[in-house]
Design a protein around this ligand. Structure first.
Ligand SMILES: O=c1ccn([C@@H]2O[C@H](COP(=O)(O)O)[C@@H](O)[C@H]2O)c(=O)[nH]1
Length: 475
């Protein structure tokens, strides 16, 4: 059977059911490998082989009375399995009929019958779960799903969390290995897919098959209307008007250099991100010309203070002291680590009337201690403060169903993969098309360039083209 599986994998490649290149997934992100098993109905011998392989795999499943294919691709596959094993099948309608019996599940079954799910490819597991919901709603039990290919993007865990054990004939890693050994794909392609799988997490909102108002395919114009924070609304409008999603991190130690730099990159950016406390010659007199430059080039000042203390201390750090951040920076970053008191402090402190917070959910630094649960709770916290939160700093496509929030992604550079202190980089294309970034933060990629204005313009164009490519399918 192992050999039969390898031969089958090669056949899938030869009929173009597995393709390599740049493909857009249904949630708007790009993938270097695309699996389209719908073509398999045109190859009856392959259908039969697949059914044999699945039947072989079914031996691991303890008990089932019925089988059900996830519509539509797996329907014919489940049919062949049913015929070959004489296990009766039930069929799930995607929409209930609006006449007659209005049944979602067709076929003969008894309450409590255990139904084995059959599916072709699992990315998120959401399609299986939709089918499971209808089956259990019709009094059936579902505990196991038998599938051809596990794309290894979180679906197995997601299903497990929802009480379904997944049995896959192949994982994406195994498939890559088989195709490489057979000479169908080269090492570079294998590495590209491996890298994509290792770095692209699919969160639960991505896992919903049809994400309502998916931010990845909505235009900034549309999202400006959905923004609940006045600064994120303004940011969306600036991005659209200046056609830029570039935020430059101006990590420069001298005030005059900072002003010169802001003037030069100003036409190409939507926000200028500062670490004001690294200036060796800081004087409050810097702030007025900086604000004027921001106004004249229509970009926002963004102090990356990463507040992380008790609320009262944050109130002082934000509005008092040498920097009086709340008086000149409409945007600031906040760690979720210390809880909601920090957000309450930012919300109520004196300073600019309109303000927005980017909450830090993930970090670009290698070896950071942020866990999946921390990320999840941070997103939850962000969604609890819609009037204050402009967006989230993260490295993965999160909160897809909240288009009013902006994903800000630092760690962007054209070439470098990592600096010598643990900073990790992705290319402009990757952050927008694979990681879901709305705004990309570029620091040394521009500040250390011999011509920062020209470099900023290049980044701006690349990022904007990638954004247009991302929303293309919805226009
Ligand atoms: O996870 C994070 C959060 C913030 N940053 C900040 O972005 C810039 C990146 O500068 P580069 O020169 O492009 O590396 C810097 O100001 C960081 O403090 C981040 O990199 N990662």
């Amino acid at each position: 059977m192992e050999q039969k599986l390898k031969e089958f994998a090669k056949e899938l490649f030869s009929i173009d059911a597995i393709k390599f290149g740049e493909y857009k997934t249904k949630v708007g992100l790009m993938t270097p490998v695309y699996c389209d098993l719908r073509v398999i109905v045109s190859y009856p011998k392959l259908m039969e082989t697949l059914a044999d392989l699945l039947i072989w795999k079914i031996q691991n499943v303890e008990r089932y009375d019925l089988i059900c294919g996830v519509p539509y691709t797996a329907l014919p596959i489940a049919t062949v399995v049913s015929i070959k094993t004489s296990i009766p099948m039930v069929m799930r309608r995607k929409e209930a009929k609006d006449y007659g019996t209005k049944k979602l599940i067709e076929g003969v079954f008894k309450p409590g019958d255990n139904c084995l799910i059959v599916e072709d490819v699992v990315t998120s597991g959401s399609s299986i779960l939709e089918t499971v919901k209808d089956l259990t709603g019709a009094t059936l039990k579902c505990t196991d799903a038998i599938i051809l290919l596990n794309r290894e993007q979180g679906g197995e865990q997601f299903l497990k969390n929802n009480g379904i054990k997944m049995h896959a004939l192949l994982s994406m890693t195994q498939l890559m290995q088989i195709l490489h050994e057979a000479g169908c794909i080269d090492k570079a392609t294998v590495q590209k897919v491996e890298n994509y799988l290792a770095t692209t997490k699919v969160d639960e909102s991505v896992m919903k098959k049809s994400v309502p108002d998916n931010r990845l395919i909505l235009s900034f114009e549309a999202r400006a209307k959905l923004a609940k924070n006045p600064i994120s609304e303004q940011l969306f409008k600036i991005m659209r008007c200046k056609q830029t999603t570039l935020c430059v991190a101006v990590d420069i130690l001298n005030s005059t250099d900072l002003l010169n730099f802001a003037e030069r990159v100003g036409p190409h950016i939507c926000a200028l991100k500062t670490h004001i406390d690294i200036l060796e010659d800081f004087h409050p007199n810097l702030l007025q010309p900086l604000q004027e430059i921001a106004k004249s080039h229509n970009f926002l000042l963004f102090e990356d203070r990463k507040f992380a203390d008790i609320g009262k201390t944050v109130e002082y750090q934000y509005s008092k002291g040498l920097y009086k951040i709340s008086s000149w920076a409409p945007l600031v970053t906040v760690h979720s680590l210390m809880g909601r008191g920090v957000l309450d402090a930012i919300k109520t402190s004196e300073g600019l009337e309109k303000r927005g917070v980017f909450l830090l959910a993930e970090a670009s630094a290698a070896g950071n201690l942020i866990s999946d649960n921390y990320v999840k709770e941070t997103i939850k916290m962000a969604e609890e403060y819609p009037e204050l939160i402009a967006g989230v700093v993260c490295q993965n496509p999160l909160f897809l169903n909240n288009p009013g929030l902006i994903q800000l992604c630092p760690g962007v550079q054209m070439e470098n993969k990592q600096d010598n202190l643990g900073q990790r980089y992705n290319s402009p294309l990757t952050v927008v098309l694979e990681k879901g970034a709305d705004i990309a933060v570029v620091g040394r990629g521009i500040t250390q360039s011999s011509d920062p204005a020209c470099a900023a313009e290049r980044y701006k164009k690349m990022l904007w083209d990638a954004y247009l490519q991302r929303i293309e399918s919805s226009s």
